[in-house]
Design a protein around this ligand. Structure first.
Ligand code: B1M
Length: 213
C-alpha cells in the first residue's frame, strides 16, 4: 500500500505495528499537521463510518483513538513553534456528557506551540466547573469542544450559565457536531460575550489570534 493508505489503515485497524517508522517516512514529505489532517483524519472518518454501520464496536474505536493519540504524540515535537512571547491564556474543555478529546488536545498543542498558555480542564466538564475555573484562572478565552449532537445543545446551556455568572470573555467553540449556523443562531444569542466557531484546530488558532488584535 502507498504510505498515505498505510497511515489511514493503522487508525482504521487500531494497530501500531509499523506506525512509527511510517510516520518517520511521512515526515520526510509532509508537515506534521498535514499528516494528521490528511491520512490520519481520513482513517478516523472511516472509523466513524464503520462504527455508524455497526461494523466496529466501541472497544475497537478506542483502539483507533489510541493510534491517533500515539501518532499526535510522536508528531508533536516536530511541529513548528512560533513565538515564545505569551499571547494569552485559554481554558479548554470538552463539554459535560462528552468524552471525545482528540480534537481538543490537538487544539491545545497548536495553541501552546504558538504562544498561548493553555489550561486544559479535560472531558465532561460541567458549566459550574468551567465557571469556577474562569474565576480562578482568569483566562482571555474559553474554548469548548464537543462531538456529540447533544454536546451542541450542552454548549447552549453552558453559554446560558456563563451569562448568568456574569462572564463576558470570548468563547471559541468547535467539534464535529457543530456548525457556524448553529453557533450563530443558537449559542451566540444565549451569551453575553462573543462566540466564535472554529472548523478545525488551525482555524481555532487564527480566531484566537484575531481576538487579540
Ligand atoms: Co465517538 N462518536 N462515541 N468515540 N467517535 C463520534 C463522534 C460519532 C460521529 C461516530 C459515529 O457514529 N459515526 C458519534 C456521534 C453521533 C452523534 O452524536 N451524532 C459517536 C458516538 C455515538 C459515540 C458514543 C455514544 C458511542 C457509544 O458509546 N455507543 C460514545 C460517546 C461517549 C460520550 O462522549 N459520552 C463514543 C465514544 C467514543 C470513544 C471513547 C470510543 C472514542 C473517543 C476517544 C477519545 O476521544 N479519547 C470515539 C471516537 C474516536 C469517535 C470518532 C470515530 C472519531 C473522533 C475523533 O477523535 N476524530 C467519531 C467519528 C468522527 O468524528 N469521524 C465519533 C479526530 C479528531 C482530531 O477530530 O475531534 O472532530 P475532532 O476535532 C477536529 C474538529 O472537530 C475541530 O478540530 C479538530 C481538527 O483539527 N475541533 C475544534 C474539535 N474541537 C475543537 C475545539 C476548538 C476548535 C476546533 O476550539 C475550542
Amino acid at each position: 500500500l502507498p504510505l498515505e493508505e498505510r497511515l489511514a489503515r493503522y487508525v482504521v485497524e487500531g494497530s501500531k505495528d509499523g506506525l512509527i517508522p511510517d510516520l518517520e517516512e511521512a515526515l520526510e514529505q509532509y508537515e506534521p499537521l498535514e499528516i494528521i489532517n490528511g491520512p490520519l483524519m481520513a482513517g478516523m472518518d472511516e472509523v466513524g463510518r464503520l462504527f455508524n454501520d455497526n461494523q466496529l464496536i466501541v472497544a475497537e474505536v478506542l483502539q483507533s483513538a489510541e493510534v491517533m493519540k500515539a501518532s499526535v504524540a510522536f508528531l508533536e515535537p516536530h511541529m513548528e513553534t512560533t513565538s515564545t512571547e505569551k499571547k494569552g491564556k485559554i481554558l479548554l474543555a470538552t463539554v459535560k456528557g462528552d468524552v471525545h478529546d482528540i480534537g481538543k488536545n490537538l487544539v491545545e498543542i497548536i495553541l501552546s506551540n504558538n504562544g498561548y498558555e493553555v489550561v486544559n480542564l479535560g472531558i465532561k466538564v460541567p458549566p459550574e466547573q468551567l465557571i469556577e475555573a474562569c474565576r480562578r484562572e482568569k483566562p482571555d478565552v474559553v474554548g469548548l469542544s464537543g462531538l456529540l449532537v447533544k454536546s451542541a445543545q450542552q454548549m447552549v446551556l453552558t453559554a446560558q450559565d456563563m451569562t448568568a455568572a456574569g462572564l463576558e470573555l470570548p468563547i471559541l467553540v468547535g467539534g464535529a457536531a457543530l456548525t457556524r449556523k448553529f453557533t450563530d443562531n443558537r449559542i451566540a444569542p444565549q451569551y453575553s460575550g462573543p462566540v466564535l466557531y472554529a472548523k478545525d484546530a488551525m482555524n481555532g488558532l487564527e480566531l484566537a489570534n484575531r481576538l487579540r488584535d
